[in-house]
Ligand binder design. Structure first.
Ligand code: SF4
Length: 404
């Protein structure tokens, strides 16, 4: 990431930090935080039983559930559902980013229309999202206007309304050609068989109205009830945006239906005819055995905002859409030890700022320290560490020459 993008990203982070400062000290936020911490810990602890309950209730509500053990399986399941389409519409989803869904579908000649403004700009730019909720926060207005002008082949003024209107016109012009909407979900309520999605732009509402609605979500997003799910997304919104509530919360518990004529149940009124949930494991079961804390995450992105390494390096400190230290931990389970090393295992300062900032207190720095111990045993450490090790043997100091 270049210096200018880093500067703009950090400026956005500072604005966010200031915007939420008072709210984070509010007693209601503190109480909510305590509640969500318990929900997340408890949910992860009972993940396998929650999974069974969720599958049963989602299916009895009419949602088709597919379990995908890894990224390859999840991509293939989704491709089989969309392969006859020219274009599918998609909302922001870190899980879809994790399995590189857009790249895969486009390699198979299915165009993906990102409907989130920030994601569409990043898609135009062919760069990487830099914050889970604000994907384009590394681009300034002039650069965004340049990108949009070049992609849409028209002169777009470096002015927010003009940029928004141009991108919106392009997206809404293409949406009528899409029959399938792909979204993530912020939480899945197992006992209710419901999927909860939050957004500010209204785009997810549009996608839930398409013929088929595909939802991709990691198994770690399960919580027991809809009330728990709402608590989780409220806290996520506070930490991610500095607002108490998002503009929209969509709850999808079945395909579209009505019983308005003599209580006879009829399907297919306005919304999706089919809702298909792809529940992705992709190493989460392994993480559950070894480092279950990394599954408590609610996806707010608070851990990267003041991380000294992320604010210096940007998304190269992390793994795919899982940005920062927690993403590095997850990479070991999604991928392997080498990928974990390459994602920045040794770049972390272990300062613990991420743990201080995290609303559910994931001990990311401690997990990274433990993973380093393991990785050293497997021979995975930096060249510099090897040199220091050799020097210690020869000179009894970290340096080439013996200290006087
Ligand atoms: S690790 Fe904590 S701070 Fe970071 S995204 Fe997850 S919940 Fe938010």
């Amino acid at each position: 990431m270049n210096d200018s993008s880093l500067r703009i990203m950090n400026k956005s982070f500072n604005i966010l930090d200031k915007r939420r400062a008072t709210l984070l000290k509010d007693e209601r936020t503190i109480n909510l935080k305590e509640r969500v911490k318990k929900i997340r810990k408890n949910s992860v602890k009972h993940l396998s039983s929650l999974l069974e309950i969720a599958q049963e209730n989602l299916q009895s509500n009419g949602i088709e559930v597919v379990m995908a053990k890894d990224a390859h399986e999840a991509r293939e399941v989704i491709y089989q559902l969309v392969k006859n389409e020219d274009m599918v519409a998609k909302s922001k989803s870190n899980t879809a980013g994790e399995i590189q869904l857009t790249e895969y579908l486009e390699s198979k000649k299915v165009n993906v229309l990102e409907t989130d403004l920030g994601d569409r700009i990043v898609q135009f730019d062919e760069s990487h999202p830099t914050h889970p909720i604000g994907p384009a926060c590394h681009l300034d207005m002039a650069r965004i206007a340049e990108i949009v002008s070049s992609k849409l082949q028209k002169d777009v003024k470096a002015e927010p309304r003009a940029i928004l209107d141009s991108v919106k016109k392009d997206i809404t012009g293409k949406i009528p050609n899409c029959n399938i909407g792909i979204t993530g979900a912020n939480a899945v309520a197992a006992e209710d068989g419901s999927l909860l999605m939050v957004h500010n732009e209204g785009n997810i509402s549009l996608l839930t109205m398409m013929d088929t609605h595909i939802v991709i979500v990691g198994i770690d997003k399960l919580v027991p009830t809809l009330e728990d799910a709402v608590s989780v997304v409220k806290l996520e919104t506070i930490y991610a945006t500095g607002k108490t509530v998002p503009a929209y919360m969509n709850i999808v518990s079945s395909p579209s239906k009505t019983a308005d004529i003599e209580q006879i149940l009829l399907k297919d009124m306005y919304g999706a005819k089919r809702v298909i949930l792809v529940l992705l494991d992709n190493g989460r079961s392994r993480a559950l055995q070894e480092n279950e804390e990394c599954l408590w995450c609610i996806g707010c992105g608070a851990c990267i905002v003041n991380c000294p390494v992320y604010t210096t390096l940007g998304p190269e400190f992390g793994y795919l859409r899982h940005l920062g230290g927690r993403g590095i931990v997850l990479s070991k389970y999604i991928d392997n030890d080498e990928v974990c090393f390459d994602s920045g295992l040794y770049k972390c300062t272990l300062c613990g700022q991420c743990t201080n900032e995290c609303p559910v207190e994931i001990p990311t720095n401690q997990m990274l320290e433990d993973l380093r111990k393991e990785s050293v045993k497997k021979g995975l450490y930096t060249q510099k560490h090897q040199e220091i090790k050799n020097n210690l043997k020869k000179t009894r100091s970290p340096f080439k020459k013996e200290l006087n």
